[in-house]
Every structure is written in structure tokens, then in C-alpha cells.
Design a protein around this ligand. Structure first.
Ligand code: ZN
Length: 309
């Protein structure tokens, strides 16, 4: 059957074809799958997980960033740009992936950063050395890693449900119900994190890649990122600055992440007599899912920061 987004996307060009809606779905209405489901393209893992939860069986969700690839580095081939242009909706966060920011169209995209209150980008953005220009992060007035606060991601879930309901009105109720359910699961996770991080010996989070600003913001921790950009080598000045701070605050653990070389964190850890531990920024698919990976992060934080819950 004909749906709202068909008209919206296809405009005048396919207006005739849309009259024969069933045929149009199979022959040229590229924005739906052969069985007429809206196609949702999610820019990277947490948004893919969220789109799958909210889209359910009513939507066909695909991810743009292959598993194990740092999403900041993603480059889009012609096929992916076409996929993105033809999608009913592209779900992304402006500022994470310049290639995606460039390819999206306003009418068929949902920038999750517009759904929540953002926080300013890291303060030492200008202190890194060469290579920063290649990343999208640096020109942004806000920190784009918003999915690391489940309460903000719950808001994104609700807005995404509304957006999908508008795009595919025939299944509006399903999108809204699943969005509510997803937001509730994220709310429960948020409460666990709040409770689990209430009483800790240390509240300072020294991270290799400054991705945890929202987590710190939400749970009243203080993030000290060695670099903003996971690929930039920090300057010796920055390293000694962080080392001094870590010593002063009695930091016992330097956090590193799976997709980034642990070298810098290891050097720093040995300088201050700390250990390293992996904290997952969830930029790529974890072994479980978003919820289980965030619960693993909670355990890692509780151990490292000496929290009693
Ligand atoms: Zn990042």
C-alpha cells in the first residue's frame, strides 16, 4: 500500500508509479524494500541498535559502519551514498562522520544531536597535533558522543519513534509503542548507573579518547581525556599535564578502548603507577548489545573508581 514517505521522497517523478503502489515498491520506489518496509540507514552501532529496537519488524534497518571499524574514519563508496540517498530515513549524529554529514538530505535524515541537550566539545580541542583537521569532531561546538548517556538516548528513542511514525503512518502505533519500550529499558539502565556510581572513592575518569563526556555529565564524574581524536598522538605537554592531574587525584586506572591502540594509555599508566582497563565507547558493535555493553562499562567503572553500591 502507498505510504506517506513514498509521496514525500518520490515527489513528482514517481507520482504516477505511486498510484500503482504495489508495483512501485518493487520497481523503482527505492526508498522501500520489496515488501514495502521503510529503509532505515543507521550511521553507526548505537544508532543501529536503537533503530532496530524502534523499527522492529516494520522497518528494514541497515548499518553504514561495518563492525570493527572506527566510525569516525568511515568513508562512503558510491553504493553506500546511493543507499543513503534512497533511504526513507538516515539516523546519524552530526559531527561524528564527515562523510555521512555531507551525504545526508535534510528531509530524509534524523540528527540525534538535535533531539537532546548537548554539552560543549572537549576543552583541549586545539592542543592536539597534526591530523585533527581530518576529523569531524574539532569544528563542532558540541560533543557528539551523546549515546553514552542512556537518559539522552531514551529521548532520542522517543523522537525516532515519532519520526518513523510520520514516515510510515500505517505502522505509527508500532513505532510509538516500541519507542516507549526502548526508552523505558534505557531509563532502567540509567537508574542502575546512577545507583552504581553514587558512592565512589574517585570520580575522575582518565580516558585515552575523550568520548565519555555525556557519561561524566550524567553521573557526576570528571572526564580527563588524553586526546579528543582517537588517532592523534598527544603532545608531550598534554601527557605530562594529564599525568600530573592523575597523580594529584589518586587515579588508579587509565581507560582505553578496543578500537584504539592502548599505547598512549599504557605509557601514561606506567608514569603514574596505574593500571589500564577497557571502557567501551560503543562506537562499534560490542559482543552483546548496547544495554549489556553499558552494564559491562558500569562494572569496569565501579572497580576502577572504587564504587560501593
Ligand atoms: Zn569518538
Amino acid at each position: 500500500m502507498m505510504s506517506g514517505f513514498s509521496r514525500l521522497r518520490a515527489g513528482g517523478l514517481l507520482a504516477g508509479a505511486a498510484l500503482f503502489a504495489t508495483a512501485a515498491c518493487g520497481a523503482g520506489a527505492a526508498e522501500t524494500t520489496p515488501d514495502g518496509k521503510p529503509e532505515v540507514v543507521a550511521a553507526f552501532y548505537p544508532l543501529q541498535w536503537l533503530s532496530e529496537q524502534v523499527g522492529g519488524s516494520d522497518a528494514q534497518v541497515s548499518g553504514l559502519t561495518p563492525p570493527g571499524v572506527e566510525p569516525h574514519d568511515v568513508e562512503l563508496g558510491i553504493q553506500q551514498v546511493t543507499e543513503l540517498k534512497n533511504a526513507t530515513l538516515t539516523v546519524y549524529v552530526k559531527g561524528i562522520q564527515p562523510a555521512v554529514d555531507e551525504a545526508v538530505e535534510p528531509d530524509t535524515s534524523f540528527d540525534a544531536a538535535t533531539a537532546v541537550a548537548t554539552i560543549p566539545a572537549g576543552e583541549h580541542a586545539e592542543e592536539g597535533e597534526e591530523g585533527e583537521e581530518e576529523h569531524g569532531h574539532e569544528e563542532l561546538p558540541y560533543d557528539p558522543h551523546l549515546w553514552l548517556d542512556p537518559s539522552r538516548l531514551a529521548t532520542v528513542a522517543t523522537k525516532l519513534g515519532e519520526r518513523l511514525a510520520t514516515a510510515d503512518p500505517a505502522h505509527a502505533q508500532g513505532y510509538k509503542e516500541r519507542a516507549t519500550k526502548t526508552a523505558a529499558a534505557l531509563g532502567a539502565l540509567d537508574q542502575e548507573l546512577t545507583k552504581g556510581l553514587t558512592t565512589c572513592t574517585s570520580r575522575t575518569l582518565v580516558t585515552a579518547h575523550e568520548a565519555f563526556g555525556y557519561l561524566a555529565d550524567r553521573y557526576k564524574l570528571k572526564q580527563v581525556g588524553i586526546t579528543l581524536d582517537p588517532e592523534t598522538e598527544p603532545s608531550p605537554a598534554r601527557l605530562s599535564e594529564v599525568a600530573k592531574l592523575a597523580k594529584a587525584e589518586g587515579v588508579t586506572t587509565i581507560f582505553t578502548e578496543a578500537l584504539v591502540s592502548p599505547k598512549v594509555a599504557e605509557v601514561l599508566a606506567s608514569q603514574v603507577g596505574a593500571k589500564t582497563a577497557v571502557l567501551d565507547p560503543l562506537e562499534s558493535k560490542p559482543s552483546g548489545d548496547y544495554l549489556s555493553a553499558m552494564r559491562d562499562n558500569l562494572k569496569t567503572l565501579q572497580t576502577a573508581l572504587g564504587c560501593t553500591a
